[in-house]
Design a protein around this ligand. Structure first.
Ligand code: SF4
Ligand code: SF4
Length: 239
């Protein structure tokens, strides 16, 4: 379980750094910068995450995301226990118009004028004035609040504007089926205790995947909770 402690510590540190990094994950600033013909830091980060997902799927969601750092403690403290089963596609209803808007704004802004990685930050720091603080607390309230409304990692499932990039990258990886970070399973070892289901922060029916012998699930963040929980060692990381 030391691996899970390390993982949760990393995401919590990422959460603590969120006042610095928030604008590098901002969907709004991509559009705002695009209207001036600029490529912002958040645009570069999102593209980087998409490219990373071609090799490591949603590893970022499980191991690095500040949003995970906010939500993991709610699960660990059993403040939020309700699992989510359906409707994860809803986030694409918010994501698709946003992508169309980015392309539209880039087109109407004319030619690309440059790259500003630190766009709208102050010396690279996101939260540097009172208005930014209001935005910061509003975002945190939304992320945490959705857990209480919809259940475990409710924000990731229904609203996250970053995960669709990685879900699409993962689908592309699956089509071409080249070597990449995945979960591997030995179904014959499983005794169907369902401890993996209880441990999964994304409310995936892991035991069902194990029975099918295919651990591929678009909501899997490769957090490894099921790997570390399974008493039979039926699930492993593989490349
Ligand atoms: S925890 Fe392991 S043994 Fe138990 S159901 Fe899951 S895969 Fe099977
Ligand atoms: S299936 Fe396993 S690795 Fe994937 S999110 Fe659930 S617990 Fe984490």
């Amino acid at each position: 379980m030391i691996r899970q402690k390390i993982r949760k510590s990393i995401t919590f540190i990422s959460f603590l750094l969120y006042p610095i990094t928030m604008f590098y994950f901002s969907p709004y600033l991509i559009i705002d910068a695009a209207s001036k013909g600029l490529v912002s830091g958040s645009f570069i980060i999102f593209v980087t995450l998409f490219l990373s997902s071609l090799l490591v799927g949603r590893f970022f969601c499980g191991w690095l995301c500040p949003g995970a750092g906010m939500q993991n403690p709610l699960i660990d403290m059993k403040v939020v226990t309700k699992p989510i089963k359906k409707g994860a596609w809803i986030k694409f209803l918010f994501w698709a118009p946003w992508i169309v808007l980015i392309v539209f704004v880039f087109i109407i802004s004319g030619r690309l004028k440059g790259i500003d990685f630190f766009y709208s930050t102050h010396n690279g720091i996101s939260i540097s004035d009172p208005l930014a603080y209001i935005i910061y607390y509003a975002v945190i309230t939304i992320i945490i609040g959705l857990n209480f409304i919809f259940g475990k990692r409710g924000f990731c499932k229904y609203l996250c504007w970053i995960s669709p990039f990685m879900i699409i990258g993962r689908k592309i990886r699956n089509i071409f089926n080249y070597p990449s970070l995945r979960l591997k399973v030995n179904s014959t070892l499983c005794n169907q205790c369902r401890k993996c289901n209880d441990s999964c922060p994304m409310s995936i029916d892991v035991c069902d995947l194990v029975q099918k012998g295919n651990m591929e699930h678009y909501e899997c963040t490769l957090c490894g909770s099921c790997v570390d929980t399974c008493p039979q060692k039926a699930i492993k990381f593989g490349f």
